[in-house]
Design a protein. Structure first.
Length: 371
């Protein structure tokens, strides 16, 4: 075996042992991502359940009571009846309810005559996201109720609206969010382990020993990154398994479509981590710098907010963000069963960002180790 490969093998073995010998580090690498996935999977959820709802029924007929029962039976709304519109306003003002519904007098008569009765929906706009989701649920329930009444023999009025959702028939936010959490956690582990690697050597005083050793900067860089890349792939497999078995997230695609993007994504994360490690003098500084990169990367990835709703300048900036492209790949592979042919632009973008980050990291690392 060539001397360079022999040195590299021994350094990789040493770095791997260093990563795995500490029980707390092993827990951080393999247990923490699963706990974080469970927390994110349940907490990052835009679905609503048991939403406080006040219903003012001014018609007081079997038809109006059936509408209130339909809202209550959905499980999305905890319906509280009220006698006057003032009670509805008071509940919204005090935060006791998010939704208020007023059923007018003559509701049953208009419905029987085929006219579209005017049902008023009032929302607490201070919680805009929840209010928007709740409005969609109310509209869907009211439309289904009206459709059922028409099917029972009443004249049909209004629009025959039929809705079908592909890839996520029940429109559960968890199905959309959990695959994206996989990408965030993989990046977090790659950044965390790599950003602290070189700084830890400097604080312990072992970096000077590595500088005077026969190791070249390229061999030292590979020794620092290969074990972390392997850990990233193992974490990807573990988190994907939990997402599939625990959250029952569909995996309609092929691992062959996900693996190339994951390798490029991990390479980009490792490169950014190396850049952070060479700019930081302490592990605390590296940790803070890592989060200065991580939070904007998540915000500009489309994880929380649609990229299409961002200003034009920010939409252009997101093209430089590897998180955005990987999340698009993960969601398409998991939910749509897309292959590499349909995701070539995301793979190309990931390759470009990984190559650029790696180029800067190699140059900076070579200068840093030569100081």
């Amino acid at each position: 075996m060539r001397p360079g490969l022999l040195r590299l093998r021994e350094m990789v073995r040493k770095e791997t042992r260093q990563l795995l010998r500490d029980r707390r580090t092993r827990a951080m690498i393999f247990v923490a991502p699963i706990i974080q996935l469970l927390a994110f999977g349940y907490a990052v959820n835009t679905d609503i359940r048991h939403t406080g709802t006040v219903v003012v029924d001014q018609d007081r007929t079997a038809a109006s009571r059936a509408l209130a029962d339909a809202l209550r039976a959905s499980g999305y709304f905890d319906v509280v009846p009220a006698d006057r519109p003032a009670d509805l306003a008071r509940a919204l003002d005090h935060g006791d309810a998010l939704v208020g519904i007023q059923i007018p007098a003559g509701f049953a008569r208009d419905l029987a005559a085929g006219r579209a009765p005017a049902v008023e929906i009032v929302l607490d706009g201070s919680e805009s996201n929840s209010a928007t989701v709740a409005l969609g649920y109310v509209q869907r329930i009211v439309q289904r109720y009206a459709s059922d009444r028409a099917g029972a023999g009443a004249p049909a009025g209004g629009v025959d609206l039929r809705i079908r959702a592909w890839y996520n028939p029940t429109l559960e936010s968890r199905v959309y969010n959990v695959p994206a959490v996989i990408g965030i956690l993989v990046l977090l582990m790659c950044l965390l382990l790599t950003a602290l690697a070189v700084v830890r050597e400097r604080e312990l005083g072992t970096l000077d020993q590595l500088r005077v050793s026969p190791l070249t900067p390229a061999e030292l860089l590979l020794a620092k990154t290969i074990p972390v890349a392997a850990v990233g792939l193992v974490d990807l497999g573990l988190i994907t398994l939990v997402a599939r078995l625990w959250f029952d997230i569909p995996f309609r695609g092929s691992p062959a479509a996900l693996l190339p993007a994951a390798l490029l994504y991990i390479l980009a994360g490792l490169s950014v981590g190396l850049l952070i490690s060479t700019w930081s003098r302490t592990q605390q500084e590296a940790f803070m710098t890592m989060f200065l990169f991580l939070l904007p990367a998540i915000i500009l990835s489309g994880f929380f907010y649609p990229i299409s709703s961002m200003p034009v300048a920010f939409r252009w900036i997101t093209l430089l963000n590897p998180v955005r492209h990987f999340l698009e790949v993960v969601r398409a592979v998991f939910l749509k069963g897309e292959g590499i042919a349909g995701l070539w632009s995301q793979h190309l973008a990931l390759a470009a960002t990984a190559a650029a980050a790696l180029m800067f990291a190699v140059r900076r690392f070579a200068r840093f180790t030569g100081e």
